[in-house]
Design a protein around this ligand. Structure first.
Ligand SMILES: [Mn+2]
Length: 321
């Protein structure tokens, strides 16, 4: 599926639900908001709804309150047209799927290699850094040029998914797009400060806790940091944003694969996985029903923390040994 076909889908419809995956990152948020901006520019009706309240950390984006949650929207009739961004499956949007009528026309815009092509129209481009970069191309295809607000949405998505233009998904096109957004007026220092230098004290303390928890396995090849259920359920944790924590485990010399394990419920552990390229974490996550990208992926392991760690390491050994 090509950008012109996705643009055609947008032109043909009038009223859209836009949603993204559970616990969205800056790319899901930025791509949603950029797309919402474009739809409204075209005179369309657009509603952005996530399962839960969007994360505090991106509150500096203009019009952030336009993003609703299942709680805030109350009872609304399911929509006939939906665009899912940055979500590899329908299931990943969680309860927001209740707002999509069963026979809805769905446009799927994503860059996860694990994408399941669940839409009527599927714009899936695993070679593109971020869903936000895809939305930039889609906006151009629609004959629009981002204003400053829109440029900030897309730039935010791009810096999150490229790790501030450090990861291997940072292409010449990525940098050209970023340059175009800066040309519109985006200030890289402002966005960077908004995301990386506006942490709660609890987040900074939690990072210390995460770093302390790192254990090295498989002769130095794997690093695993973990939060147990008690901490996740504590009042303190409610003010913590863990975006980027796992990269501290990956940055240790010799480490090829890193994991951040969170025991979200007793007996249920969420794993965030990163690799430097030798190990395909999309496949690793796939062994537990998850997925993502070859160097960044996630999955849920139905086991308590320590068992989840063992299962994960077993799978790394199987996949690489
Ligand atoms: Mn993404």
């Amino acid at each position: 599926m090509s950008f012109p076909e996705a643009a055609g889908f947008i032109r043909e419809h009038g009223r859209f639900l836009i949603t993204s995956h559970l616990n969205p990152d800056g790319d899901g948020i930025g791509a949603m908001m950029g797309l919402d901006w474009a739809l409204r520019k075209l005179g369309k009706q657009s509603f952005m709804v996530l399962e839960s309240t969007p994360p505090e950390i991106f509150k500096f984006l203009a019009g952030y309150s336009r993003i609703g949650s299942m709680e805030s929207v109350g009872d609304i009739t399911p929509l006939d047209t939906a665009i899912l961004v940055d979500s590899p499956t329908m299931e990943r949007v969680g309860r927001a799927a209740e707002l999509i009528s069963p026979d809805a026309a769905i446009l799927n815009v994503d860059h996860h290699i694990s994408n399941k092509y669940f839409g009527q129209v599927n714009l899936v481009e695993p070679s593109i850094s971020s869903s936000a970069e895809m939305i930039y191309k889609l906006i151009s295809e629609l004959g629009l040029a981002p204003d400053l607000d829109c440029a900030e949405y897309l730039y935010t998505g791009m810096i999150i998914d490229t790790g501030r233009f450090r990861f291997s998904n940072t292409s010449a096109d990525t940098l050209r797009t970023a340059a175009a957004l800066v040309q519109v007026g985006v200030r890289p220092d402002k966005i960077s400060e908004g995301i990386y230098d506006a942490k709660t004290l609890q987040t900074t303390r939690a990072l210390g806790r995460f770093i302390d928890s790192i254990q090295i396995h498989l002769g130095g090849k794997a690093a695993v940091g973990a939060f147990g259920h008690d901490f996740l359920a504590s009042e303190e944790y409610q003010h913590v944003e863990t975006e980027g924590f796992v990269n501290h485990a990956l940055s240790i010399k010799g480490v090829e694969v890193a994991a951040f394990l969170k025991e979200v419920e007793k007996g249920k552990t969420r794993a965030s996985l990163r690799s430097r390229g030798g190990i395909d974490v999309n496949k690793l996550a796939g062994a537990f029903g998850g997925g993502g990208h070859s160097r960044a992926a996630g999955c849920t392991i139905m086991a308590p923390l320590e068992q989840a760690r063992e299962k994960l390491l077993e799978q790394v050994t199987k996949g690489t040994g």
